[in-house]
Structure formats: structure tokens, C-alpha cells
Design a protein around this ligand. Structure first.
Ligand SMILES: [Zn+2]
Length: 279
């Protein structure tokens, strides 16, 4: 391959929004529903603040010296132009990005425990309470720059169910798969993929034993179906620290790790952050 064809191949692999040239832009910019948009915000001396749909958005300085907004795009977002609100970015008018389209596959799952498909009223009340708690944790925005945005895999294992799968439990469609599954054995240690603060340690109806880690600036990760915990709420964890062990608690057909990644309160494809994204 000539140097020219290599450059062309690189340009096709990493379509950039105008002006964003740095490492984080190249790695994370996949503007589709369930993906991430990296939007350049200029190079002012002060860090700008950015908002999308009234949620604060992560802002970092990329390797080329520019400020960038790293925006999580909710899976339900339709294709088209989206605008950010920005404070403190002189010369940057209405930063925008264009969301492309992506089609996600279907998955059909048979569950013997029918209450996990159609919970009874008491179970529904329990689930609703637990859901509120998790939504509040995802909405948190701490003024701390994440230690790293390219993440380590929390477990070393094969990727199984991808993010975004449209799921049918016993033939009934439920929410799309909000995370990425790893096929790993019972008891496998789960490692924090970046520094953070543990915000939830709980045993939930659907998610089973669950840990939330807040990495700063609205960058939140969640680990489900654990067999045991090695942290408690309020703990500070460092990258690589063990937070718990893989299990099959909650709505799970066998031991595996379900991993969510959230930015600005939007669940996005974790594969993007471990350089395993498939367009
Ligand atoms: Zn899962």
C-alpha cells in the first residue's frame, strides 16, 4: 500500500467533524443513535460549558489543544442535525453535529420465570423505585475530569450481546439492550476501567447485584448481575481496582457481565470506549 492509499483509508475510517483532529475525536466520534459525537469548541483559555437537551455535556481538551464536547447520543434519537448550547466559547456559534442512522439487530430470549417478563404489581412498584434511583445516578454531573475516556475492558473475555439489540422476551418486545455483555465465568473479577466514585451498590429486580461508578463530568458506568461486591457506595476506586465478581443475579440466563456506559444521561455503546465499535 502506498502512503497515499493509507491516508485515504485513514480518512474513510475516521470521518471527522470540521476542525476536530485530536486523539479523542478520532477514537470516539461515532455520531449515530447510541453513539457519541465529538464537537469542537475552539481554544479559549477557559473551559467552555456545553449542554445538550438541558443535560451538561463532558468537555475536554483534546490532543490538538482544542476544547471538545463529547456528547452521548440517546438510542431513540432520530437522524439529523442536533445543536449544543455553549457558554464561554467565544467565536464558536451554535456548535452542531449530524446524527447518522444505524440499524440494530433483534434478539429473542426465552425466560421460564414469567414474572421477569411481566412483573406483578408489587414487583412493578419495586422496579419503578429502583429505576428512579438509577436514573438519578446517571443524571449526576461531577466537576471532575475523567482519568481516561478510552476505557480498559472491565473483564477479559469474549463480547456476547452487543449494545442496541432489540430484545423480545418470550415474544414480547422490551427495551433495547442498553449495554454490552461479556461472556465470562462465574466469579471473574470486574475491574474499574477508569478512576471514579462508587455511587450505587444494590441488588435490583432486573439488574441483580449492581454497581455504578461515576468517573466525572457525567461519564458513568454500570455493572450488573454480579455474584458479589468488593466496594460499597461512597468508595473511591482507581483504574484497575476490583469492584466485584461476575454472576447471574437478576434477569440473567447464565453468568455474564452486563456493562453500561452513559454520557450526559444517554446510554451509549460501550464498544466505542474499548475501540471495538462496529458501524
Ligand atoms: Zn446485557
Amino acid at each position: 500500500m502506498t502512503r497515499y492509499t493509507l491516508l485515504v483509508a485513514a480518512a474513510l475510517l475516521f470521518p471527522l467533524s470540521a476542525g476536530a483532529q485530536g486523539y479523542i475525536s478520532r477514537m470516539l466520534n461515532h455520531p449515530v443513535p447510541g453513539g457519541v459525537a465529538v464537537v469542537p469548541l475552539g481554544d479559549s483559555s477557559q473551559m467552555p460549558r456545553a449542554y445538550h437537551d438541558d443535560n451538561r455535556v463532558m468537555v475536554l481538551r483534546d490532543s490538538d489543544g482544542q476544547w471538545i464536547a463529547v456528547v452521548g447520543i440517546d438510542l431513540k434519537t432520530t437522524a439529523g442535525r442536533q445543536v449544543l448550547k455553549v457558554d464561554g466559547a467565544p467565536g464558536v456559534q451554535q456548535p452542531a453535529f449530524v446524527v447518522g442512522s444505524k440499524s440494530y439487530k433483534e434478539q429473542h430470549i426465552k425466560l421460564k420465570n414469567k414474572s421477569q417478563v411481566n412483573p406483578d404489581p408489587e414487583q412493578t412498584r419495586r422496579y419503578e423505585r429502583e429505576y428512579k434511583e438509577q436514573i438519578a445516578a446517571y443524571a449526576s454531573f461531577r466537576e471532575v475530569i475523567p482519568s481516561n475516556v478510552m476505557l480498559d475492558k472491565p473483564v477479559d473475555g469474549r463480547l456476547s450481546s452487543p449494545f442496541g439489540l432489540r430484545r423480545f422476551f418470550n415474544g414480547e418486545e422490551r427495551n433495547a439492550h442498553s449495554g454490552l455483555d461479556f461472556a465470562v465465568g462465574l466469579g471473574t473479577p470486574i475491574k474499574a476501567p477508569a478512576d471514579g466514585v462508587v455511587t450505587i451498590v444494590a441488588d435490583y429486580f432486573f439488574n441483580g447485584k449492581t454497581v455504578f461508578v461515576d468517573h466525572g463530568q457525567g461519564f458513568i458506568t454500570m455493572y450488573c448481575h454480579l455474584s458479589s461486591f468488593q466496594v460499597k457506595a461512597g468508595d473511591t476506586v482507581t483504574r484497575g481496582q476490583s469492584i466485584g465478581k461476575v454472576g447471574a443475579t437478576g434477569r440473567a440466563t447464565g453468568p455474564h457481565l452486563h456493562w453500561n456506559v452513559s454520557l450526559n444521561n444517554a446510554r451509549v455503546d460501550p464498544a466505542i470506549f474499548i475501540n471495538a465499535f462496529k458501524p
